[in-house]
Design a protein around this ligand. Sequence first.
Ligand SMILES: [Fe+2]
Ligand SMILES: [Fe+2]
Length: 133
Amino acid sequence: MRTQTDMTKEQKIKLLKLQQGELNAVLIYQRLAKITKHKKGKEVFSKIAADEGKHAAILRSYTNEILKPKGTKAKLVGFLYQLLGHNFVIGLLEKGELKSIDYYKPLKDVFPKIQQIIDDELRHAEMAKSLLK
Ligand SMILES: [Fe+2]
Ligand SMILES: [Fe+2]
């Protein structure tokens, strides 16, 4: 059984950064669920938000640290949604979801529950794309 003390400082820093990112992503998707006018938007964004919360919990199970979500990015994304539109933000989300997989991949052999996160992020990219209009 892997314990907190087995991980290197570098690994812990990476996991904490990812954990913070997942918590912030909950706020981003909750905000989009609130403001979207796409007819499936509320449902899809809410589902993704719930998954991001699960991802934060998975990472917390490794870091043993409780972090607070930060709303700065959610505000920015909400602003971009109003300013540049639905499809622009969908494109951003798809890229962000796929980019996050690059960060998770090198960690998945050491932290096996990360595979679940990778599978979900790939699905999120598809879910986001399904909202293109
Ligand atoms: Fe996630
Ligand atoms: Fe995601």
